[in-house]
Write a protein that binds this ligand. Sequence first.
Ligand code: ACM
Ligand code: ZN
Length: 725
Amino acid sequence: MKFLFPVFARFLSCMSRPAAGYSILFIVCALCLLPVPASSAGMPASGEDAHAPLGPDVIIPVPARYEISGDGVFDMDGCRTFHMKISGPAAYDSRDIAVSDLVSELLSLPYSLSGTDAASKADILINVGGRRHSKTMLSGQDESYRLSVSPDRIRIDAPGFSGAFYAIQSLVQMARNGKVRCCVIEDTPRFVYRGLHFDVSRHFRSKEFLMKQMDAMALLKLNRMHLHLTDGAGWRIETESWPRLTEFAAWRPYRRWTDWWASDRHYCEASAPGAYGGFYTKDDIRDIVAYARKKHIEVIPEIEMPGHSEEVLAAYPELSCTGEQYGGSDLCPGKEETFRFLEDVLSEVIVLFPSEYVHIGGDEASKQHWKTCPDCQRRMEEEGLADVDELQSYLIHRIEVFLNSKGKKIIGWDEILQGGLAPNATVMSWRGTEGGIESLKSGHDVVMVPNGWCYLDYTQDAPFKEPVSIGGYVPLEKTYSYEPVPEGLTEDETSHLLGIQGNLWTEYVTEDSHAEYMYYPRAFAIAETGWSDAADKDYGDFRRRALEMSEMFAGMGYNTFDLANEYGERKESLAPVSHLASGCKVTYVMPYSSQYPAAGDATLTDGVLGGWTYGDRKWQGFLSDADAVVDLGELKQIHYAGASFMQQASAWVYLPEKVEILVSDDGQVYRSAGIVWRDMPDSVDGLYFKTYGLVLNETCRYVRFRAERSSKAGAWLFTDELIIN
Ligand code: ACM
Ligand code: ZN
């Protein structure tokens, strides 16, 4: 289907300030933009009317309660009137702003609408803050709404403006050719925090891009935009107190992050020929924040500290431990100058962003130089800090005190737990859910973003058909399957779980269109998990709606992943294989990594082959050579022995240089049966699997596989099964 992209009409009417319980008259006609008829995919099967109005069963996220009421239809086309009634506390609560935003949202719809002061004559009646709310609605916050559609009237009841706004979003999703099926919806969110993350450091994105994504977020009832404004790839916000951040640290001589990464990773002057990068001016940020408010989205700025700060240290080397320009990535917490820097920057940031939170990063600091830096050592001694983790915690605590004193809360990646969590901090749990669980248990607020489900930079389909990515495999179904509430916690503990977020890191995502491709449709899954009750979730039904929604998004000009032609998981991994060594004991001469144990000692003979990612708990990882012995239990004749390995250079996963296969009768004396060599370079991008197998004619009880790890620094080896026949 094709919709013309909504034009955002400005609110033109003058507004009076009547007392509580007032009505508002708007007589503004919007442009009459009629949606173009729908086309094929995601639409009703043949025999059904492709132009038929849609009911609430297309909405994402799925509403808490909905029913279709009869066969009737409300027709939005023609000159329709609306009336808004604002009463109760809502009438006092930022009413001018909220009302005008709601009206401009209505007028941005591709229908000709006008305001009327006669509630009884209005075709669309919006009642904000009234008492006609069901129990379901009252249990929620002001994002709840009740929407009833009958042939002659649409009625929206909501305790607050956000609820009324979301009712309009549900209407937009249902309308086809200006028609909406008659229905009743009562809806309320499960979580208060439903976010998407934007890494604008690796690649700067225009404010128009962010606004376009806010339109999509609003449609999906997502309400937090996390802006990752600073990182080693570039500083992205005007900062008058430290101007070299945008004169220099916002620019690099390479467009592709991978080219820059492979070079000396230096920055360049903004004026240098070919300088790539950019930053948001303060006016840009004001525009972004103003637009977000209209879309009921809070923009949360992230200023990274103390790690991921290469760009800061390139501009101001005096903030590092060594004073060298390209000497590391961590700020020096021993120096007072570092705190002066952070407080200056944050002071400029907080006046721009009205958000409750400032994200202070906190992830992946190496802390290496802190161990020998005289300033850091002195700080540790003076403050009685036992180790560098406590030194990091000192920095985060101090920044929390500063931000709390300015009325802001801090949120940080789960590494801020190291060395002791700052007392009021909220934790964003990305390295799995453990950090989040620990924080919930200690009474801290948590947003869950575990990478295995919520990292949208991971490949969403078979890597052979996808753009090069950082690795992983997180298809739509995996993202959708995530249940944020951990098992085994008390109600009080889980009450601190604020919600979830989808993260898109953009090292490999240069183009805006590629970013959209990574967000949609997986952001649909984040939205539904964040909003809808777990009991109302069903992947089959969601996928049907996601196909419909992808089609709608494509019609609105978004570049979405082609869900209809999803290939899916690596076929080899779908059904177990049986072979001579199935279930046999494996003895490890070299241990596997505790980070990637898969099924532990059983992994290599359990018949389970790995999927597209080394992180799927089917591949076993080694940060050394892999050397393991299979005991067949008795002497057996064997004709084949082989093991598969994977390579994904972008994730430091490499094929072994060679695999030697040895056999033995007694487990003491081995004879080599042969060596299989690597036959492709270790530098190529992409995902590769290679079986190192030998055809044999041996009688033996023990078969030993010795895989020699690549000589690349930090190389991983991953294997899934030792197959013997
Ligand atoms: C992260 O992905 N380093 C938060
Ligand atoms: Zn230091």
